[in-house]
Design a protein around this ligand. Structure first.
Ligand code: SAM
Length: 262
């Protein structure tokens, strides 16, 4: 008999056990047989099994070798699981799933890598149909926040540039084994069919947003030091005395576009 798996902290392992929560997540995803599904971190298969039952096939990437050794046999009765031993932070959708144009990405994400993973997936957004993730509630709030809110920042602006961000519902710590110290939430990310506003070059936009939010207490004029001048701000109608956290994504886009074209 295989030993019960001991949750590993370093891999952010909090396994879902609440069947009502699992059903609610799978209903929100609404998997269909013809779709390409990719689960990040299937763990013991809490979400994988119902995904397989609904869609027939699931691809998954998992880093923990012990879980990789036992998951295929456990999932075999439910459908066809293709399991890849891989670090999700190195995931390349084009290489992993060369025959699929668009992929539906899902996962109860390891919280310790969630922000870099979201940025890594945004770099491959053209291959993604949509994403459904369980994350720390606080991260979901940051992703969905708007200007003026305390939680509004780089993550909000960058994700909202790529996707429509829809927080779905909160999941209490008791739904997991072991329970995490914080509450969690499910979020849906739907890539925009076309860019929502102009930004010039992506690298410029990214640099501007990153610098502005690393100095959020400064005025815009000081926050953009080394990237843009007072004249640049005035040319696009931005108030130099405003705080970066009051600007819309579109405002950063306008400035970035101007900088790329002047
Ligand atoms: N999906 C399962 C569930 O809901 O019960 C497990 C979720 S657990 C929060 C996170 C899962 O991601 C674990 O299975 C863990 O081993 C895996 N994981 C952690 N870091 C990873 C990485 N860098 N790449 C791929 N999988 C990772």
């Amino acid at each position: 008999m295989t030993q019960p798996h001991r949750a590993r902290k370093r891999f952010g392992q909090n396994f879902l056990h609440d069947q009502a929560v699992i059903n609610r997540i799978v209903t929100a995803i609404d998997p269909q047989p013809e779709q390409t599904l990719l689960e990040i971190g299937p763990g013991l298969g809490a979400i994988t099994a119902p995904l397989l039952q609904a869609a027939g096939k699931v691809n998954a990437v998992e880093i923990d070798r012990d879980l990789i050794a036992q998951l295929p046999a456990a999932m075999a009765p439910h459908g066809e699981l293709t399991l890849h031993e891989q670090d999700a932070l190195k995931l390349n959708l084009k290489e992993l799933l060369p025959d699929s144009d668009k992929v539906r990405v899902v996962g109860n994400l390891p919280y310790n890598i969630s922000t870099p993973l979201l940025f890594h997936l945004c770099d491959q957004i053209d291959r993604i149909q949509d994403m459904h993730f369980m994350l720390q509630k606080e991260v979901v709030e940051r992703m969905a926040a708007g200007p003026g809110s305390k939680t509004y920042g780089r993550l909000s602006v960058m994700l909202q540039y790529h996707c429509q961000v829809v927080p779905l519902f909160i999941v209490k710590a008791g739904a997991f084994n072991p329970p995490p110290k914080v509450e969690s939430a499910i979020i849906r990310l739907k890539p925009h069919p076309t860019a929502p506003f102009q930004i010039g070059e992506y690298a410029q936009f990214q640099k501007l947003v990153t610098q502005c939010f690393s100095q959020r207490r400064k005025t815009l004029r000081n926050a953009v030091n080394g990237i843009a001048t007072l004249e640049d701000l005035e040319a696009v109608g931005l108030d130099p005395t405003a705080r970066p956290e009051t600007l819309y994504g579109e405002d950063f886009g306008k400035l970035s576009h101007h900088l790329c074209n002047n």
